[in-house]
Design a binder for this molecule. Sequence first.
Ligand code: SF4
Length: 276
Amino acid sequence: MSGGASNGLSNSVAASREAFAAWVDEAPDGRTFGQVLVRSASPAGYYLCHEDDARAKSLELHDDPQVAREIAKLTGTGEYRPLKSSPNLRRGWELRVKDARGLATAMNYLYPAGVVHWYLHREGKLEITDYRENAARQSGIYKRVQRLSDEGVRNAARACCEEAVCLKKILWNVDAETPLEMDRGNGEIPCPEPCSVFVSFARRVRLFEREEKRESQGVAGISPSEREDLAALVEAAADGTEGIKFAREAEFEEPLNERRLRYRKLTLLPKLLPDE
Ligand code: SF4
């Protein structure tokens, strides 16, 4: 990075830190950013907690912003969180930081780059990278995402990026002429470019598209991987006395992955129930 570019970045980081703290200061009840409620403390500093713990008693208390790294790492049931903007932040903690710098450090662990993107978007300076441009840079096993159809990109985004599974507000499109056509979310954290979890999901969706073209389809035009998913669902529902156990968040090769099932809802249900 050139000296000028790195100065520009550190200026944005410093300006975003101050703007974010001021934005919190001017809200008497605090602000919600992702799933984190941030409130000004008196006489100085900030309190952070999970938004659902606003009135909770007996939270575990911390005063080191670095602790946010550990808080962000695992879900409440101890699973690794590959996507920090998933709505699965664990509850039960409160973090007190002493100033705007501590606040920015903590937020950066909870939502990496979230504050600086929030700031640049407000200023109209956030650069957006559409899907095709991002895909053109992929190599190795991810190169195949370049062949994903426009409809495949749209369905992948609906399955992977809507508010139920990611709290960022999606700003990118398939390309400049091809919008995503989906509910982009209302969150404060902008998403300016497909993330690595999305690219990995797009790769899986491309495999599904290839399979659709290649295989001779069975009843109702159902592909082998669709059959595999249906069988896994029936089996899990029949066995599951405690409900269906989903695969890990980024294990898209597994039939019971939540995003994969959301994709099936968009593409398989219309085949099974064409009149609905
Ligand atoms: S690409 Fe989708 S899943 Fe990834 S951060 Fe953006 S909105 Fe969320």
